[in-house]
Design a binder for this molecule. Sequence first.
Ligand code: PRP
Length: 237
Amino acid sequence: MSQIEAVKEKLRVVRVLKLLKKTYTYEELSKMTGLPITVLNRYVRGKVLPSTKRAKELLQVLAPYVNVEEEVKKRIKFDEHGLFDNMSILSDTALMTLIAENIASRYLSKDIDKVLTAATDGIPLAVHIANELNIDIIYAKKKKEVGIEKFYEVNYIPSASGSVSTLYLPHWALKRGEKVLIVDDVIRSGETQKALIELCKQAGAKPVGMFFLISVGDNIEKLKEEYNIDVDVLIQL
Ligand SMILES: O=P(O)(O)OC[C@H]1O[C@H](OP(=O)(O)OP(=O)(O)O)[C@H](O)[C@@H]1O
């Protein structure tokens, strides 16, 4: 194992412990791992890193308790309009990184050049995934920023809005032939995601996969059929 991989495993232990800390007490974590609370506390606070051997052992012991799907699901609370506040999911950097590590491992061999999303809520997840893939993240905005000369732009009708929106992406952000992974927090109608595919086409770039944290409805099947593209989703509602 390379030095970097060893350090990554150690950091993963810290992330896993931080995530589990939201559900379990230190006493419970101590029973699960057989380690004193003081040691676990030092790991969580980043005062000490576990040894390579202990990191491996801890990842094995804690794996059955880590279920990112469940962790995301239990934070989804719909209001009377059928909408939910996704910030409790997107703001959790330990959770986002664990999800991103998993997605990145599926795309590492595909030589992706850029991760593309739509502002605003797609950005946190996209940044984590791009970071894991060691590539840049780009995001289309709903307004034209000053100081940028040329944009790719696509009109689309967001779900239930009844009005036309536009996504803008600066020309410099995407080059002909680049391979793109499209990421978003939620897919409902699929209109935003189709607009992102269209932006890639305008740039001559190639969307090679899509990942959504949460899919509401059956629109990912339609996307797969229409664009013949790999689509992964963590939670299907
Ligand atoms: O599949 P769709 O029906 O297109 O909906 C999904 C989109 O809706 C949300 O963004 P929104 O347009 O609400 O903007 P925001 O991220 O700024 O909240 C979400 O982040 C997706 O981008």
